[in-house]
Design a protein around this ligand. Structure first.
Ligand SMILES: Nc1ncnc2c1ncn2[C@@H]1O[C@H](COP(=O)(O)OP(=O)(O)OP(=O)(O)O)[C@@H](O)[C@H]1O
Length: 300
C-alpha cells in the first residue's frame, strides 16, 4: 500500500473555555495506509483530540487533515472510530445494536465478525445493563463489522479484562493482516502496543514528537554508557551522569565510537520515557511519516 491513511499539515485545535490554550498545535505528519499505529503520550497530550479531528468529530482551529485521500467528512463511510466514551444507544439490545450496524453499513457489514466479537454477551441484554468492558466489546464489534479501511481506537482496551484484551487484540491483528486495515490505537499500556504496532506517533504537549516505523525509530537511537565526554556530533535526547559514568540516549549522527562506549538499542519504553522526560529534544519523523507538501498531494 502506498497511499496515506492520514495526512496532517499544521493541524491545530483549541477548545472554548481553556483560556485560549492549544490542545494540539502545528501537527504535520503522514500515516501510510496498512499500518498498525500506536498513538502514545501522557494524559492531556492531545491524542483524543487528534483522533477526533481525523474522525471528523471536531473541526480544526487551524491547518488541515486528510483521511484516505478525502476530507474526514467524506471518508466517514470508510472509517470507524471507537471513542473513549463508546457512545451506544442504551435502550437497544446487543442484537438490535448489531442489526443497526448492518442497516447503517449495508454495503460492507460483516455479521460473522460482529457476532464473533460479541459472542460472550447475552444477545437480549440492553446496552444500559452492560458493564464498561462489555460495552467496549460491543463498540469494537460495531467498528469491525463495518469493515473499515481505517479504524481509529481511543484507548480501546482500557476497561477489558486480560483475557478479553488478548482476544480482542488478536481479532484486531487478524483484521489488519487479512484486510490491510489501517489501525490507529491510543493506549497507555506499552506492553500491549509493543508486539502489535509497527508504527508509532508520540504526542506530547499537543505536538508530534516522534513519528514513523517503530523499528526505524528504535534503530535511529542508541543507549550509550561510558566515561563522561562530549557526545557530539550525536543529538542528545537525555543524559545522566553518575560519578565518572555517563549514560545517554542519543540520536545517531554518524558512527558511534564503540571503543569507549558500551552501546545498546533502547526498548520502546526507554525511547518514549527519554523523550517525555526531555521536552526540548527535537522531534523526529522518519521519511514515511513526513507529510508531503499539500501541493505534491494535489498533483499526485
Ligand atoms: N471538550 C474539551 N473542552 C475543553 N478542553 C478539552 C476538551 N477535551 C480535551 N481538552 C483539553 O485538551 C487537551 C488535550 O486533551 P486530550 O483529551 O486530547 O488528551 P489525551 O492525550 O487524549 O489525554 P488522555 O490520555 O488523558 O486521554 C487537554 O489539556 C484537555 O484538558
Amino acid at each position: 500500500m502506498t497511499g496515506a491513511a492520514i495526512e496532517a499539515w499544521g493541524l491545530g485545535m483549541r477548545y472554548r473555555g481553556r483560556g485560549g490554550g492549544w490542545a494540539l498545535r502545528d501537527c504535520s505528519f503522514r500515516l501510510p495506509a496498512g499500518r498498525v499505529c500506536a498513538l502514545v503520550g501522557p494524559n492531556g497530550a492531545g491524542k483524543s483530540t487528534l483522533l477526533s479531528l481525523a474522525a471528523g468529530f471536531l473541526r480544526p482551529a487551524e491547518g488541515t487533515v486528510r483521511v484516505l485521500g478525502s476530507t474526514p467528512g467524506d471518508a466517514r463511510a470508510r472509517m470507524a472510530f471507537v471513542a473513549q466514551d463508546k457512545p451506544l444507544y442504551p435502550q437497544l439490545t446487543v442484537a438490535e445494536t448489531l442489526w443497526a450496524g448492518a442497516e447503517l453499513n449495508p454495503a460492507t457489514w460483516d455479521q460473522d465478525t460482529a457476532e464473533r466479537i460479541t459472542e460472550p454477551l447475552p444477545r437480549d441484554a440492553r446496552v444500559r445493563t452492560l458493564s464498561g468492558g462489555q460495552r467496549t466489546r460491543l463498540a469494537l464489534a460495531l467498528a469491525l463489522g463495518k469493515q473499515p479501511e481505517l479504524l481509529l481506537l481511543d484507548e480501546p482496551m482500557a476497561d477489558l479484562d486480560p483475557l478479553g484484551r488478548h482476544q480482542l487484540m488478536g481479532a484486531l491483528m487478524a483484521e489488519a493482516a487479512e484486510r490491510s486495515t489501517t489501525i490507529v490505537m491510543s493506549s497507555h499500556i506499552l506492553a500491549e502496543l509493543e508486539g502489535a504496532c509497527d508504527y508509532l506517533l508520540l504526542v506530547d504537549g499537543g505536538r508530534i514528537r516522534l513519528g514513523g516505523e517503530t523499528d526505524d525509530l528504535l534503530t535511529a537511537h542508541t543507549l550509550l554508557t561510558g566515561p563522561v565526554r562530549d557526545l557530539a556530533p550525536h543529538t542528545v535526547v537525555e543524559s545522566r551522569t553518575t560519578g565518572r559514568l555517563l549514560t545517554a540516549l542519543v540520536r545517531k549522527e554518524g558512527p558511534v565510537d564503540t571503543a569507549d562506549w558500551e552501546t545498546a538499542e533502547p526498548s520502546l519504553e526507554e525511547l518514549l520515557l527519554a523523550h517525555l522526560r526531555s521536552p526540548d529534544a527535537p522531534a523526529l519523523l522518519t521519511p514515511s511519516a513526513d507529510a508531503r507538501t499539500r501541493e505534491a498531494v494535489s498533483a499526485a
